[in-house]
Ligand binder design. Structure first.
Ligand code: ATP
Length: 971
């Protein structure tokens, strides 16, 4: 698939919009399956990309592939994530606005992989410099670091994102990636202390233990065996065949240095990871009084060393809490159970806060400090919808997040699209779709939603438990169509629910949540005592985390669910200001197996992702719409009526324009303020015409001239001069520095004068004029005559460049002449002088003169060795100037005779072998005549008063092929 389509690439339909069969789910599934069986994992629905996880390497993400997709029209090549990335990028450049790519799908569907591919595409395909290479490397390498700390093996996915990630890639006006910013959402901290069977802790712990150098492990007090650490073995699957912790460790280490973590930062970061592992091994026993006693001196030793906190302080913090009793604070001992809880809470807090520190640090490294305007492409890769056997608070948050993203998708596509048709007065048959707002409200509605009820239970005084929370839910949610519990369920459903469960009917399916742990996880409290202990740490990251993040003393921090809800609202706001693009990832089977397409499972995803509805709206609707003024502004140059100025309304202008372009009535619709184009191909045809018109330079020049406009006229003149200077540089032989400097000076002078006389009329006009100038000069540069005699015709200039063209032509000719003249030898110079003379004599007077211009003139036509020695002896003292073989005709009878005609300084000699037949003194030469025709006759007229001559008043006629050469010499 390198550029051209093969038969395999055409299997099925590349764009569901083009499916012939009516848009049934069966036809949709057939197409998806057919393509999947040929390893064609991508298919479009318009500009939305559907991707099916192949669970195997397909070799379709090479540099060559990137080159293939770079700058090619979206629908020209088989669907690909690179095509989408390229289309987003080019739209961002041409429209100079912000975009985001929403990648969604359930856990393991391929979201993270897709977002990595997009990032790689930009890293390779965007213009770059050495400086920007740094930014690019950091952008790319932030991924393995974030994955190591934020991803883990789950039952659904060996590399499952346990946090939400939104990454902005910032581009300058030339389209180079110049910076980035990462926002992270709710890390699943509980994984640090607990993993379900078959799952792992975050990758970084295993990488450190497996890959860390011996010396490092010694320094951290760690052993190279994951089995020795309680926090690493709860899922009983420390080793996973698809994961190479050792290699990943190396990648992370390298990435940390490239992202510019200092040695100290790295040291402290590793110390924290080791501390968490030591903390997990801290063991409590109950004393006789039932209080916790700490029986882990080795662990405490290492914790004390790595945190830089005295051991006794640590021990106290881990076994006691501070209680305020009236004016004083007293220490109250924990029970063993309580101490374990406090230890785990500390481990979670340390890891969670370190993760936030890490994200900030990455952001510092990606930040672009330059304040010039940048455009942005956002990449949203957030944990996918997930359902386990036991689902807890974390799944509740993750699935709620997916509900919100589905809601955003609905808002931006199905809902807004249909509302827009209505608003614009376009006839439209509404497409029904399931709006999941009802579920979002169920979770987030103020005072009535699940989060509000949970917060109430967390914050209220008195004995609140997970079960009182469940009762409150039952009380408030009773009868809600998407909520059910054991108590509220009908008999049949009740059998599937435990007493401590509640079930939500999500857009993606039912999920049963166990309320156990909801209150604790939502409170996420850490005892004050242990926080104060951590503040004493000598580890700079710990100091930062426990100082900076702490709210003032007594105020209770916001609950986790509320914080998460607010951050999602913030994310929605960010996304709503950008142009959306979608990648919908599908998971083909539960077993992570290649070549296995589970129909039921895929059909279910197709359904809940709303793909059929999207397809129906796309098919019935319009692929492209733009406000009339925007459309007109872009394409008005394609129609003589609208270019350069359209005086009527934008809508009328658009009508005139599309009439000129020959749009058929079924290809478009005019709304109240917008034009709607049904098929992408119509737009592509228009865009192609536009491209031809403006040439590929248009985008670059537009971008250049935006900056150019702002900088003012002086700057404009300078830039224009520099551009032309560049053109000229290409034209000149680089070695001739002196000449080039002269040319540039003259051109600059010209431009200055020229610009002064050609003040642009309007902004639009100025851009176009600038384009026309640039385009003409570029073409001219490529078509300049290469030598003085080059017959290349000078390019006809556009009207505004007439004057410049004449000037440049003179300049160019002069330059070529100068170059030519400097390059000729003394001998050639004499030749040329003779030619110039021939020109004076014959130009316009003799029919075959033009041909002679291209024939070399020689110094002589008979070399001395071909002249008889006797003759030479006689005439040599006079100095032979020129000799030529001729045929002589005498006056009577025109009998031809072969002779040598030899000119000396004093006379002309007619020679026949060893005999001088005739000598004509120049003093006796009355004249020379030739005809004006294409012959080579030459007649010498001589006087007869020279008694020594045999002929008087004679005409000596010759013919020879070099008559002009001869005569010019003679003269
Ligand atoms: N395009 C692809 N080509 C080859 N393998 C892929 C592709 N996409 C995904 N995979 C495989 O599927 C696995 C899961 O993909 P990924 O981690 O991207 O899922 P996800 O949707 O981000 O899941 P989660 O929501 O759990 O983070 C990858 O580790 C990889 O092995």
């Amino acid at each position: 698939m390198e550029g051209s389509l093969t038969a395999r690439d055409r299997v099925g339909i590349q764009d569901f919009v083009l499916l012939d069969a009516y848009t049934s789910e069966t036809a949709f599934m057939d197409n998806l399956r057919k393509r999947f069986s040929e390893n064609l994992i991508y298919t479009y629905i318009g500009t939305l990309l559907v991707s099916v996880n192949p669970y195997k390497e397909l070799g379709i993400y090479t540099k060559k592939q990137m080159d293939t997709y770079m700058g090619v029209n979206f629908f020209e090549l088989p669907p690909h994530i690179f095509a989408l990335a390229d289309n987003v990028y080019r739209t961002m450049i041409s429209e100079a606005n912000n975009h985001f790519i929403l990648i969604s799908g359930e856990s393991g569907a391929g979201k993270t992989e897709a977002s990595k591919k997009v990032l790689q595409f930009y890293a390779v395909c965007c213009p770059s410099t050495r400086l920007l290479d740094n930014v690019r490397d950091r952008l790319l390498l932030s991924n393995p670091v974030l994955e190591a700390f934020g991803n883990a093996k789950t039952l659904k996915n060996d590399n499952s994102s346990r946090f939400g990630k939104y990454m902005d890639i910032q581009f300058d006006h030339k389209g180079a990636a110049v910076g980035g910013h990462v926002l992270s959402y709710l890390l699943e901290k509980s994984r640090v202390v607990h993993q379900n069977h078959g799952e792992r802790n975050f990758h970084i712990f295993y990488q450190l233990v497996e890959g860390g150098e011996d010396e490092l492990l010694r320094w951290l007090g760690l052993e190279r065996n994951c089995q020795n650490y309680r926090y690493l073995i709860q899922g009983e699957c420390a080793k996973v065949s698809s994961i190479n912790d050792k290699n990943d460790w190396k990648t992370v280490q390298k990435a940390l240095t490239i992202i510019e973590f200092s040695e100290k930062d790295i040291e402290h970061l590793f110390a924290i990871l080791a501390s968490v592992l030591h903390l997990g091994n801290v063991h409590f026993e109950a004393s006789a009084l039932g209080y916790a006693t700490l029986n882990s001196s080795v662990e405490v030793h290492w914790l004390s060393k790595l945190f830089g906190i005295p051991s006794n302080m640590l021990v106290e913090g881990l076994t006691h809490r501070k209680i305020e009793a009236k004016a004083e604070e007293v220490l109250s001992p924990f029970t063993a159970e309580h101490a374990k809880y406090a230890r785990d809470a500390l481990a979670k807090a340390i890891y969670g806060r370190t993760f936030s520190w890490l994200v900030n640090k990455i952001n510092e490294s990606l930040a672009n400090k330059d304040s010039t305007r940048k455009t942005v492409i956002g990449l949203l890769d957030i944990y996918g919808f997930e359902v386990f056997d036991v689902n807890s608070f974390e799944q509740f948050c993750i699935n709620f997040c997916n509900e919100k993203l589905q809601q955003l998708f609905i808002q931006l596509t199905l809902k807004s699209e249909q509302e827009e048709y209505e608003k614009e007065g376009i006839e439209w048959e509404p497409v029904p779709y399931f709006n999941n707002k009802i579920i979002c409200d169920l979770v987030e509605e103020k005072h009535r939603g699940i989060i509000s009820i949970l917060d109430e239970e967390c914050l209220r005084p008195g004995e609140a438990t997970d079960f009182t929370f469940l009762e409150k839910l039952e009380e408030k949610m009773c009868g809600h169509p998407h909520f059910v519990t054991h108590k509220l369920a009908d008999q049949k459903t009740r059998k599937t629910l435990e007493r401590g469960d509640f079930r939500l009917l999500h857009y993606a399916g039912e999920v049963t949540y166990s309320v156990v742990g909801f209150l604790d996880k939502n409170n996420d409290l850490l005892y004050r005592n242990i926080k104060e202990v951590m503040r004493q740490s000598k580890n700079s990251i710990m100091q930062h985390c426990f100082h900076a993040i702490e709210p003032d003393g007594k105020k209770r921090p916001e609950t986790v669910a509320t914080q998460f809800n607010s951050s999602l609202a913030g994310l929605t706001e960010i996304l709503m200001t950008k142009e959306p693009w979608y990648v919908r990832c599908l998971k083909p089977n539960h077993c992570k197996q290649p070549d296995r397409f589970d129909d039921v499972m895929v059909r279910h995803q197709v359904k809940y992702l709303g793909l059929m509805e999207h397809l129906r709206v796309r098919r019935a609707g319009f692929a492209y719409r733009r406000r009339c003024e925007v459309f007109l502004k872009r394409y008005k140059a394609l129609c003589p009526d609208t270019w350069p100025h359209w005086m009527g309304t934008p809508a009328e202008g658009v009508q005139r324009l599309i009439k000129h372009l020959g749009y058929k009535p079924d290809e478009y619709k005019m709304g109240r303020t917008k034009i709607f184009i049904r098929h992408p191909r119509t737009l592509f045809a228009t865009e192609d015409a536009f491209e031809i018109c403006k040439h590929e330079l248009a985008t670059r020049i537009q971008a250049k001239y935006k900056g150019y406009r702002v900088k003012g006229r002086y700057q404009r003149q300078r830039e224009a001069a520099t551009k032309i200077e560049t053109c000229w540089r290409g034209l000149q032989a680089r070695k001739e520095r002196e000449r080039r400097a002269w040319a540039v000076k003259v051109i600059k002078k010209f431009i200055k004068g020229f610009m002064n006389r050609n003040q642009p009329v309007s902004m639009d006009n100025s851009e176009f004029l600038a384009f026309v100038r640039q385009s003409y000069l570029t073409r001219l540069k490529e078509n300049l005559p290469k030598s003085v005699l080059d017959k290349t015709t000078w390019l006809t200039p556009p009207p505004i460049m007439q004057e410049a063209s004449v000037f440049l032509r003179q300049l160019h000719t002069r330059l070529l002449v100068r170059k030519y003249v400097r390059g000729i030898s003394a001998q050639q110079k004499v030749q040329l002088q003779i030619k110039a003379l021939a020109s004076d004599i014959f130009r316009g007077r003799k029919e075959n003169y033009p041909q002679s211009v291209y024939q070399p003139f020689a110094d002589t036509r008979i070399s001395e060795k071909d002249i008889n020695i006797k003759v030479l002896q006689q005439i040599c003292p006079e100095g032979i100037k020129y000799s030529v073989p001729v045929i002589k005709y005498d006056r009577n009878g025109f009998r031809p005779r072969f002779r040598q005609l030899i000119f000396t300084r004093a006379a002309a000699y007619l020679v026949e072998e060893a005999k001088i037949k005739q000598r004509v003194n120049y003093s006796s030469l009355k004249g020379v005549s030739v005809s004006n025709l294409s012959d080579n006759f030459l007649i010498l007229h001589v006087t007869c008063d020279d008694t020594k001559q045999k002929v008087c008043d004679e005409q000596i006629s010759f013919t020879g092929s070099f008559c002009m050469n001869l005569l010019s010499h003679a003269v």
